[in-house]
Design a protein around this ligand. Structure first.
Ligand SMILES: NC(=O)c1ccc[n+]([C@@H]2O[C@H](COP(=O)([O-])OP(=O)(O)OC[C@H]3O[C@@H](n4cnc5c(N)ncnc54)[C@H](O)[C@@H]3O)[C@@H](O)[C@H]2O)c1
Length: 372
């Protein structure tokens, strides 16, 4: 196995990119052969940790053109994802991009074309799809336990009101409900990635003000509605303004039953209700079961292995599980888990949400990218 290891480069390694380092160092599928960041001082720690003569770059294009890497993890600010992804794809280097895939519809179109003309693969690294409870629900849905799915909702509650820096990319880029992939990702997985056909979005007002007097583009909270081609409904609420602990709760509803995921801490209970004959309807069960009840049947092997080998870190081990899945797929020459179609199905509704908010919650049709 040690021959033909995938050679990995990580850009943005001092920020979010650092989460990929430990999992890759733990596998036999890949080596980190190059890292890149504009933070030279910050990179020293990762250069030392990775060792083995890893090459350090401050210029992204030089890293891509170095001949040292087969795949790049793009973990820079959102506005850099598309230019960096296209540069690598055009040189047939595989791209694993952080969320979101793009920040404008035009960028989505350009990215889609670049993926189609490249010999390399593209993936958007939506880590919430690899959360343990999300994967158990995926198993339940695919086995038909909930019947036909018609509705889901997901909330991204991440208080960022205390860090208002008007010079940061987040202050200028996060708007409407464009940071929605953490919720749309899992829900689309449960919906079989059915295309979202139209969206609308409304917010609770811009109240987050920097010391300079400027308001953050992002409202306190936004609610995004997404109708799929067959008319099913998904709802996302992003709330960065209310001071509360970090939470990503979900609900998914089908013709037979529903699941509620509260997800505010590792010990939080998640619940399942099924309206079937064989389901335990005794009073003590109070008609709700713990999602844990289905773990043995539906928890993927990758998760069972992770639970035994790594500490509870990196979004409750999801970052680790996702990274291993990625490098293993590349090593074995398999398709990466989240392709361009799914990445854009998760990303474009959020981009369009900005226009919808500005136009009083107007419904907007989502463009197709595979037609021109
Ligand atoms: N999936 C998740 O759970 C999750 C969590 C946090 C952030 N993110 C995503 O990760 C990305 C980065 O977020 P962040 O908070 O780390 O941002 P950040 O502003 O800290 O930037 C990340 C890193 O990129 C470096 N960088 C900036 N411009 C560069 C350039 N031109 N060339 C090379 N390096 C450059 C910065 O020095 C920094 O170390 C964002 O797209 C964000 O949406 C995802």
């Amino acid at each position: 196995m040690k021959n033909n290891k995938v050679r990995i480069g990580i850009v943005g390694v001092v920020g979010r990119g650092q989460i990929f380092v430990d999992p890759i160092l733990m596998t036999d599928y890949a080596d980190i052969t190059a890292i890149c960041d504009i933070n030279v001082e910050g990179m020293k720690k990762y250069e030392e940790k990775i060792g083995k003569g890893v090459k350090v770059f401050t210029n992204y294009e030089e890293m891509i053109d170095s001949g040292l890497i087969d795949a790049v993890f793009v973990a820079t600010p959102m506005p850099l994802h598309v230019p960096m992804s296209i540069y690598a794809l055009d040189r047939n280097i595989h791209v694993i991009s952080e969320v979101t895939a793009a920040v404008t519809v035009e960028e989505c179109r350009e990215l889609y074309k670049a993926v189609k003309r490249s010999k390399a693969q593209y993936m958007m690294a939506e880590n919430v799809n690899f959360f343990k409870d999300v994967m158990i629900i995926d198993g339940l849905v695919k086995a038909g336990y909930l019947g036909k799915i018609h509705y889901a909702e997901g909330h991204y509650i991440h208080y960022t009101g205390d860090v208002i820096d008007p010079n940061s990319w987040r202050f200028k880029t996060i708007a409407g409900c464009n940071y929605c992939t953490h919720n749309l990702g899992p829900m689309l997985q449960w919906f079989g990635n059915e295309r979202i056909a139209k969206i609308c979005c409304i917010g609770s007002g811009m109240r987050r003000q920097a010391p300079t007097g400027e308001f953050a583009r992002s409202e306190m909270a936004n609610v995004l509605m997404c109708k799929t081609e067959s008319g099913r409904l998904m709802q996302v609420r992003k709330d960065g303004g209310t001071p509360t602990p970090y939470m990503i709760p979900f609900e998914i509803c089908g013709t037979i039953g529903k699941v509620m995921v509260r997800k505010s801490s590792p010990v939080e209970e998640n619940y399942v209700y099924l309206n079937t004959e064989e389901y335990d309807h005794t009073p003590y069960a109070e008609e709700w079961k713990s999602l844990q009840y289905y773990e043995r049947e539906f928890l993927p092997k990758s998760w069972v292995e992770a639970t035994h080998t790594v500490p509870n870190m990196g979004h409750l081990r999801a970052d680790y599980v996702m990274t291993i899945e990625i490098v293993k797929a590349l090593y074995e020459g398999r398709k990466l888990p989240i392709d361009i179609d799914m990445a854009l199905n998760m990303t474009v509704p959020g981009i369009l949400s900005i226009e919808s908010v500005e136009n009083g919650c107007k419904w907007i049709d989502v463009p197709k990218f595979d037609v021109d």
